[in-house]
Design a protein around this ligand. Structure first.
Ligand code: HEC
Length: 104
């Protein structure tokens, strides 16, 4: 069952644009939970061990924003996350890395 849902997540999003629309003024945590946690895990360390661990990403902010807006091989593009929401989301992803670093 788990394998099936993973396959469905992949199939339904592969090479597709996400129409996810963040609420104006949404917090980074809210957007991450709604749009990203299904693949990247609640704490950004990656789900299923298969997806990129965002907490250790070495991307610069500008590159991370580009990755979110353009998507990847398996990651959908999130063109609707932009401007202030995109800034807030990237700040939140950065904070995930810090939380994990403190835990170690
Ligand atoms: C369908 C699963 C899925 C969803 C949903 C998803 N991602 Fe991803 N993401 C991936 C995969 C897989 C990769 C690795 C690149 C690739 O092959 O697409 C990735 C890569 C990334 C990267 C690049 C990391 C690096 O260091 O190169 C960032 C940043 C990122 N995702 C952020 C997000 C954010 C923010 C969201 C929510 C708005 C999100 N992702 C939603 C699957 C997903």
């Amino acid at each position: 069952m788990k394998i099936l849902s993973i396959a469905l997540i992949l199939l339904s999003t592969t090479c597709f644009a996400s129409d996810y629309q963040p609420t104006a003024g949404a917090s980074g945590a809210q957007m991450f939970r709604e749009a990203c946690a299904a693949c990247h895990g609640d704490d950004g360390t990656g789900k299923f061990g298969l997806f990129f661990d965002l907490s250790t990403s070495t991307l610069l902010d500008a590159q991370m924003k580009e990755a979110i807006q353009q998507g990847g091989l398996m990651m959908p593009s999130f063109a609707n996350i932009k401007g202030k929401e995109l800034d807030v989301l990237v700040t939140y992803i950065r904070s995930l890395g810090r939380v994990i670093a403190i835990k170690q």
